[in-house]
Design a protein around this ligand. Structure first.
Ligand code: DHB
Length: 394
């Protein structure tokens, strides 16, 4: 490939000389492909996130083609096995050896944190399409996010709980970045609305055993337990919640939509029915664009897209529109500038990439799990429009 390009370059230079044409030599050289290096957890604890985002990348390319502004776009997907040290090593190789134009993906917060310094050093835009701790975008000026933040989706459910007769809450979160964000922002917003936090429980990210924590929730007898767990852990938690009879104990379960994840919702089963939660994306979002997206995604992948898939799809959109804006030229700083301020309709609803924070601004929906056509869905019934990450307001 490399050889062939050199030969054809030499050939056209010779033709130019013979004809006496003064075309700049650079123009005769075919443009190298534009490379997007996705680092995703295809195996390990967050493998479902990798599977969802990979499906979305392929759908984007099938629908939009693999050429942008005359430049071939090459997507490289590498598996970090949900191990942050591996994410960092792959990112380094992608920037130094593969010379990728953009880094993307990042299934969990520690993987995004580990990679941020490489984006800064390489002046390589880093598009976060999954990880959701508020502080991620502050770790490098080259980070742009198309997923969401935990404070952004948590504040609306705290408001809803306080308005709906819930007075005492136990928080239950995974013990790392996004869980700590969820705990902190639920607590402050709920207390601001006159609610009371009667317990704060954290479960380890790796191999959690929910039983002892659920016993504690039962003993504390709150009106509700507010839960955040990362994508992939919701089903195990919800099943144990039902098995221990908590669903019949009068303790309401409220959550971020990570727990009632579209990827797992049908496996969770009836214990999920009626659970009220807040998030930025539901496969049941009733827009024409989303209906088309879900139908095409399901036809191509044989499973339902979740919020990770949508962030991956929108990540491809943000990157390719930036490449278009640079007329195919690319360049770290030019791409970054063209990503900032993008406004578009996503399958989730209207979104903006905030030029100041490089984080996504989006509608947050309050949803209830219901059965529709024999399947469980998060059915949206209320919305807070254009929510900025409250974690950045400090
Ligand atoms: C993160 C991972 C998730 O799977 C999720 O649903 C939310 C946040 C994270 O590690 O940032």
């Amino acid at each position: 490939m490399q050889r062939r390009q050199i030969f054809s370059f030499a050939g056209s230079a010779a033709v130019a000389l013979v004809l006496g044409v003064t075309t700049p030599l650079a123009q005769a050289q075919p443009a190298a492909p534009f490379k997007i290096g996705f680092i995703l957890p295809m195996t390990g604890q967050s493998a479902s996130t990798g599977k969802q985002i990979e499906g979305a990348i392929k759908l984007w390319q099938a629908q939009n083609g693999a050429t942008v502004a005359g430049r071939k776009v090459e997507v490289i997907i590498k598996d970090d096995a949900t191990v942050p040290d591996t994410t960092r090593r792959i990112a380094q190789e992608m920037v130094v050896n593969d010379k990728v134009d953009v880094l993307a993906g990042f299934g969990i917060t520690p993987s995004a944190f580990a990679t941020a310094p490489i984006a800064t050093q390489g002046k390589t835009p880093m598009v976060v399409t999954a990880a959701a701790t508020s502080a991620i975008t502050e770790r490098s000026p080259y980070i742009v996010r198309t997923s969401f933040t935990l404070p952004q989706v948590t504040v609306p459910i705290a408001d809803w709980a306080a308005k709906n007769g819930i007075k005492k809450v136990v928080t239950f979160v995974a013990d790392y970045g996004p869980g700590l964000d969820a705990e902190k922002f639920f607590k402050s917003q709920f207390q601001l609305n006159g609610g009371q936090i009667v317990g704060e429980i954290r479960s380890p990210l790796r191999s959690p055993d929910f039983a002892p924590f659920l016993q504690k929730v039962a003993d504390l007898k709150p009106d509700a337990v507010f839960v955040f767990l990362p994508s992939g852990q919701g089903a195990a938690f919800m099943k144990q919640f039902g098995e221990r009879g908590l669903d019949k104990s009068g303790i309401k379960l409220i959550a971020t939509g990570d727990v009632t994840d579209d990827d797992q919702l049908n496996d969770i089963g009836d214990v999920a029915l009626g659970v009220v939660n807040s998030h930025h994306y539901s496969a049941a979002h009733p827009s024409a664009l989303n209906k088309k997206f879900v139908a095409a995604f399901e036809a191509a992948n044989k499973f339902r897209p979740n919020f990770m898939a949508v962030a991956g799809y929108d990540g491809m959109r943000v990157i390719t529109k930036a490449l278009e804006a640079t007329k195919g030229q690319g360049g770290g700083d030019a791409l970054l500038a063209a990503m900032k301020g993008q406004v578009f309709e996503s399958p989730r609803g209207p979104v903006l990439i905030d030029a100041q924070t490089r984080d996504i601004v989006q509608d947050i929906y309050i949803r209830k799990v219901e059965r529709q056509n024999g399947q469980l869905y998060n059915v949206e019934f209320d919305v807070q429009k254009a929510v900025k990450d409250p974690g950045k307001a400090k």
